[in-house]
Design a protein around this ligand. Structure first.
Ligand code: PNS
Length: 162
């Protein structure tokens, strides 16, 4: 059984993330999409809201599980029996960070390999940072995030406006 973990902040999940999840399901028997619970980062959506949004957007994908993790990613991979980490690459600018992360993770745990998937070109410009900005300024998000993610964002914005 080839298990992969696709870790990330997913704040919020975008079409780019969903594309990587879909393609990872064709490569692995099981894909665990894991929200990193990094308490030092504030966050737009809570970890639970990100999980909820991811669960809604991947509801039709039988081999996908949504989860969250604390601490080291390689420890979580060991716990879950995953030998692969999946990450998406949008542009050359992502490569440096991803390369560093993959080498660091491999130093920590040589039994785990990172698989980098190039994003579809039409999603190459989407970033969660910009999506958060557009959301907070009331812009239209339909070109950036899956429709299942929209209600979660709308609910958060509504609660904040109160
Ligand atoms: O979507 P992001 O913000 O690029 O995701 C970053 C994430 C969550 C994958 C990364 O911060 C991570 O793996 N955090 C867990 C802590 C850890 O293992 N750090 C060493 C990895 S090099």
């Amino acid at each position: 059984m080839r298990i992969a973990i696709y870790p990330g902040s997913f704040d919020p999940p975008t079409f780019g993330h969903l594309d990587i999840v879909k393609r990872a399901t064709t490569l692995f028997d099981k894909v665990i999409v894991a929200v990193g619970n990094n308490t030092s980062k504030g966050g737009f959506l809570s970890v639970t809201e990100r999980e909820e949004a991811l669960r809604a957007a991947t509801s039709g994908m039988a081999t996908v599980e949504i989860a969250s993790f604390n601490g080291l990613l390689v420890e979580y991979c060991r716990e879950r029996g995953a030998e692969f980490i999946v990450r998406g690459l949008r542009a050359v600018t992502d490569f440096d960070t991803e390369f560093q992360m993959s080498i660091t993770n491999r130093q920590l745990e040589p039994g785990i390999d990172t698989v980098l998937l190039m994003t579809k070109w039409e999603f190459g410009f989407i970033s969660s940072t910009l999506v958060r900005e557009v959301a907070q300024l009331g812009g239209d998000l339909t070109k950036f995030v899956p429709e299942e993610v929209l209600p979660v964002i709308q609910m958060v914005l509504k609660n904040r406006a109160r």
